[in-house]
Design a protein around this ligand. Structure first.
Ligand code: ADP
Ligand code: MG
Length: 759
């Protein structure tokens, strides 16, 4: 599928006219304006955009012609079929187009301002009333045409809308009887939807034809319209139906560009690094026992189907000649550790080493204990011994071990006496050498900083297989986009026998007594409890004292008869270790703590969790925290406390403390749902996608149209096209237009674009 649309070079275009953007005399057949080219032309190329308007546009982030034509309408008014004021039903929301006949501003008693506009269309009069928007008096002028959206009321004998959404469409009636696009206009900088409409019309007219790197065949099979038509139809549609097809094409392009970059990057990783072809069938290949099988057989439980499938996917991957880059997503408690261990043992049985990286020392320590426990009794091949084997060895490397221990550990890693090592990022930021690192597992990767992740990636690029794990699920479509350079495995099943955690949102402070009663009751049964304070680790002295205060208060008050421990990030490593040890052993019954225990901590006897000021936490965090209980077959409880718990320890004037709508939706969702993937969808709905896309969501990789929630079909299609195009011939050389577009696209992001241009 070669592309036959030759892109006109920039110099060619520039030489055609002084104003390079202006249409010239008869255009040569299908010369295309590339996006990069349109991005290089300032908005002032449009006749009616002077320096003042240009400055206002810049405030909105619109600098180039491309910015302008990708400033998309957010809705349309169908003026071929518009409602008349007289026909609108009272108490219903609707859109109406009306003209201003009079505007008045009144000052009310409480010093607030009320602006009243009298409006009419050819059927009736109405009023629009604005409270606290004094600027409306300047914005709305006699004879202006407005598009109003709001609820029609009937007040003192006339129709009226209060604080409606208003779009100014000026006095121009060019688009009467047509589909009128409504742009996200910025009242702040004084640009109307109407101005956008006319500027964009002009821009598109003069751009004539915009390069379309998508081969014709794909357009046909995916039923995607041509790019130029899409731009025209989204801005100046002849019919509403056209806007749907236009949006679909332009959203596809956003997704496709990103997917192509991700796929190309992934292929490059696969090709550049020499991976290890791990031994997955040692009985046949080496005449040695299969460690993975032995390990699974020795477990005190049966793997879930999801775990078994994940293990075989991972080991199959590891047998391939290129390095694995896989993301393992699984809800809290799905049993990711065991899956990771199976992968690590795959490396070990072939004579390599494996490393597991945890985001906190508490978690690294715990993994170390669990591994020693689960792996005891396993032997590895060692020709140097009489028996031909020796016990498998596990090391722990954190920044808190003594220098002596550290030196010894490093030398044992270097000479191969250690098979598996667990640690914090101390494993990568320092000069740790392995005799043969075959597998790297990164646990709870979302907790690592950008720099640490980069360091981990560098280490991994040496050829080790990499498994990244996260218990902060994001929907599959989102994962494909955010982690598109990784393969994806999902553990969508919890071990049997788990009971959902009874989650109760305790809104009323007077109900809190019952919560502490439950804590005392559970402890009396030999169970344990967590009390979580919203401390942002290491960032705030005031809140640090809060966790201490809470500890004081509880030990003197509600929990005075119990053994209560305190744990937070500011404590020394040895002290932390001590507290965790005593909590694991049951000596401490209630742990008053912060989010240091958010990730991974696994103490099965814990059956109650009390989260103070729960509204201060995000959805994923609350779900993670809650995942610390309900780890056995016992019933368990999670109490989400809001309102003034205790004696208002947060002297905090910001409104963080208040229950906003988002917090309410979050807490309600948690009360009703125990499934991390479902909660992630709800969270996506509440907070929008920007939060998930994080750093990737900026600059040219912004999605203006595509939605991770709603465009599942398009994301999948974009991925498939990207894979086919990258894989055909092993490079993008066949698609010069696409390659060119990606070069421009990636230029703006942090990503290395180099991989695109290596063949
Ligand atoms: P997460 O996926 O949250 O990291 P873990 O790996 O810590 O979960 O596992 C949670 C707990 O479940 C551990 O105590 C682990 O031993 C146990 N577990 C793992 N797999 C199973 C299984 N198939 N059946 C029963 N318990 C399991
Ligand atoms: Mg875990």
């Amino acid at each position: 599928m070669a592309n036959d649309d030759p892109a006109e070079s920039e110099s060619q275009l520039k030489s055609r006219s002084k104003l390079s953007f202006a249409p010239s005399s008869p255009p040569s057949p299908r010369p295309g304006r590339r996006l990069a080219f349109l991005d290089g032309i300032k908005v002032t190329a449009i006749k009616s955009i002077g320096s003042k308007k240009a400055a206002s546009l810049e405030e909105m982030g619109i600098v180039s012609i491309l910015d302008l034509i990708t400033h998309y309408p957010f809705r349309y008014i169908d003026r071929t079929n518009q409602e008349r004021i007289a026909d609108m039903k009272i108490d219903q929301e609707a859109t109406v187009v009306a003209e201003v006949s009079k505007v008045e501003s009144h000052r009310l008693r409480n010093n607030r301002v009320m602006v009243v506009a009298d409006l009419y269309d050819d059927s009736a009069y109405m009023k629009a009333v604005f409270f606290n928007q004094p600027w409306r008096a300047h914005q709305l002028r006699k004879n202006n045409q407005l598009i109003l959206f709001g609820k029609m009321e009937f007040y003192r004998g006339h129709r009226q809308m209060t604080n409606p959404v208003v779009d100014l469409i000026g006095q121009d009636s060019r688009r009467t009887g047509k589909i009128v696009p409504i742009y996200p206009a910025s009242e702040k900088v004084g640009i109307t939807s109407w101005e956008f409409m006319s500027w964009i019309e002009e821009a598109l007219l003069r751009a004539e034809y915009i390069v379309d790197p998508l081969p014709q065949d794909y357009k046909r099979t995916l039923r995607l319209v041509d790019r130029t038509k899409a731009f025209r139809d989204i801005h100046t549609p002849a019919a509403l139906a056209d806007t749907v097809a236009a949006r679909r094409r332009l959203a596809f392009d956003e997704l496709w560009r990103l997917q192509t970059a991700l796929v190309a990057q992934k292929r490059q990783l696969q090709q550049s690094a020499n991976g290890i072809r791990h031994v997955i069938n040692p009985k046949v290949e080496l005449n040695q026992p299969n460690l993975v099988e032995e390990f699974i057989r020795s477990l005190p439980f049966q793997l879930t189907d999801a775990q078994a499938k994940a293990v075989s996917t991972i080991t199959d991957d590891m047998a391939k000649p290129w390095p694995m880059h896989r993301l393992l997503q699984g809800d809290v408690g799905a049993g990711k550790t065991v899956v990771a261990l199976a992968g690590m043992l795959t490396a070990v049985q072939g004579g390599h080493q494996a490393a597991l990286m945890a985001p906190t020392e508490v978690l690294a320590e715990q993994h170390f204990l669990v591994m020693n426990d689960l792996l005891s009794g396993l032997n590895v091949f060692d020709a140097a011994t009489l028996s031909g084997n020796r016990p498998l060895t596990v090391g722990l490397l954190t920044s808190s071990i003594s220098t002596k221990e550290r030196t010894r550990l490093l030398s044992r890693l270097k000479n191969g006496e250690i098979d598996l090592v667990v640690g914090t990022h101390a494993l990568v930021v320092e000069s740790v050498e392995f005799i043969s690192l075959g597998m790297v597992v990164i646990d709870e990767q979302h907790r690592f900083g950008v720099q640490q992740r980069a360091a981990l990636r560098d280490k991994a690029i040496l050829g080790a297989d990499t498994l990244v794990m996260t218990a902060t699920p994001i929907p599959r479509t989102a994962a494909m986009t955010v982690f598109g350079d990784l393969d994806l495995t999902i553990l969508d099943e919890l071990p049997t026998g788990r009971k959902p955690v009874n989650t109760v949102w305790v809104k009323d402070p007077s109900e809190q007594a019952k919560v502490w009663e439950r804590v005392r009751f559970e402890v009396a049964q030999g169970h344990q409890a967590y009390v979580i304070c919203p401390l942002i680790e290491g960032s705030d002295k005031l809140r640090l004292s809060a966790v201490n205060q809470e500890y004081e208060r509880l030990t003197k008050g509600e929990l005075s008869s119990l053994s209560v421990g305190l744990l937070h990030g500011q404590m020394g490593s040895a002290q932390k270790e001590d507290v965790m040890k005593n909590f694991r052993s049951g000596e401490i019954a209630v742990l008053v703590t912060t989010t240091v225990i958010e990730v991974g901590v696994d103490v099965r006897a814990a059956t109650v969790m009390v989260i103070l000021d729960a509204n201060r936490f995000g959805m994923a965090q609350l779900h993670q925290l809650r995942g610390r209980v309900g780890r056995s077959s016992e019933h368990s409880w999670c109490y989400l406390l809001t309102g003034d718990s205790s004696d208002t320890i947060w002297h905090d004037s910001s409104d963080n403390n208040q229950l906003n709508d988002e917090a309410i939706r979050r807490l309600e969702a948690l009360e009703h749902c125990n499934n991390g993937f479902e909660l992630a969808e709800v969270d996506l709905d509440i907070r929008g996608e920007g939060t998930i896309l994080g750093v990737r969501q900026k600059g040219r990789s912004d999605f203006k149209l595509a939605s991770l929630r709603h465009d599942l079909e398009l994301i999948t299609a974009a991925r498939k096209v990207a894979e086919e195009m990258v894989d055909l011939g092993g490079s993008l050389d066949r698609y010069p237009l696409l390659k060119d577009e990606l070069k421009w696209f990636l230029n703006d992001t942090d990503q290395e674009a180099e991989f695109l241009f290596k063949s």
